[in-house]
Design a protein around this ligand. Structure first.
Ligand SMILES: [Zn+2]
Length: 323
């Protein structure tokens, strides 16, 4: 049996999986991360809830944050995750911490066509690299390097790279962000709170369609709904700009990684705004890469619909027997 986890600032998912080419979930449970003092405490509760103590052979956990020497400091969570301490607590030799996007990248080779929405067929080169970009609470990016006939997912902190505007309106957004935050990384635009930033920039007088308070928690859903239902022209504009920047950065990632095997769009936001993702602004910006436009047109692009791809990927990693 494989043990896998996806540890986020808000929610922690744990699962037991049967080891198959695509790991099969036996039991999945969700926990409120901040309600516990450590991952060890969550694991103890998860394992105690099993009717029979499972024979776990390997465990891998995706963690939202950088991992240094198998120790992860979580963003907005007052505890750290130490692979060696977790291994001792569950009496297991092999425990690996992965960056959350790196974990999600491990799911890419086992995803079914029904779990993907294709934005561009392109011309897939199976021996090429792939890349993953995922906007949700934050923005994550991961690379899938092709090494000796298989993908080797590797983490990045690309979501914190500098936002590069392409149009006068986006230049205005950059200036607006710098004035408020001192620096503008891509996450200031491409995340739930980022969508709220774009909204505040384009829509400074408030929005009747979104309701009185557009905060970082409930704002993104309210803005997307108002835009997708066409109830507010400025919200439509907000979502269009967001989607165009998303496509532009996905296109940057394709160029930087030579992702001829595909660019995958994960994270919680894309599946919730599918009509906007398919409307053209995303791929328009993705393809607007002269003199590399022909290259960009060959890169397959797809949205991942599976909202547990991170957990599945951690299970894939646990099953591969590599660290
Ligand atoms: Zn509005």
């Amino acid at each position: 049996m494989l043990l896998a986890g996806d540890i986020g600032a808000t929610k922690t998912l744990l699962g037991l999986f049967k080891d198959r080419p695509r790991p099969e979930p036996v039991d999945l449970r969700a926990y409120t991360t901040l309600a516990y003092v450590s991952l060890e405490a969550i694991l103890a509760e998860f394992l105690a809830a099993q009717p029979v103590m499972p024979l776990v052979t390997a465990a891998s956990f995706g963690v939202a944050g950088p991992i240094i020497e198998q120790v992860a400091e979580l963003t907005n969570v007052p505890w750290r995750v130490d692979a060696a301490a977790v291994a001792r607590s569950i009496g297991l030799g092999r425990v690996t911490l992965l960056n959350d996007l790196q974990a999600m990248a491990y799911s890419v080779p086992v995803l079914q066509p029904s779990e993907l929405v294709v934005l561009q067929e392109g011309t897939r080169v199976p021996s090429g690299n792939a890349a993953l970009i995922a906007a949700g609470t934050g923005l994550g990016e991961a690379l899938l390097h092709q090494v000796a006939g298989r993908f080797v997912p590797s983490p990045t902190e690309g979501g914190h790279a500098d936002f590069a505007p392409r149009t006068p309106r986006e230049v205005g957004l950059l200036e607006w962000l710098i004035a408020r935050h001192g620096r503008a990384d891509y996450e200031r635009v491409l995340s739930g709170p980022g969508l709220v930033n774009v909204h505040a920039y384009l829509h400074p007088d408030g929005c009747a369609a979104c309701g009185p308070s557009v905060d970082a928690v409930t704002g993104p859903a309210a803005i997307s709904r108002a835009a997708l239902e066409g109830r507010c022209a400025r919200c439509v504009e907000t979502l269009d700009l967001f989607v165009a920047v998303y496509g532009a950065e996905a296109g940057n990632l394709a160029l930087r990684s030579v992702a001829t095997a595909g660019v995958f769009v994960g994270g919680g936001i894309a599946p919730k705004i599918l009509p906007a993702m398919r409307a053209g602004a995303f791929m328009g910006a993705f393809l607007d890469k002269a003199p590399m436009a022909e290259f960009s047109a060959r890169v397959p692009v797809a949205i991942i619909l599976n909202d547990r791809a991170g957990l599945l990927g951690a299970a894939v990693h646990a099953g591969q027997g590599v660290n």
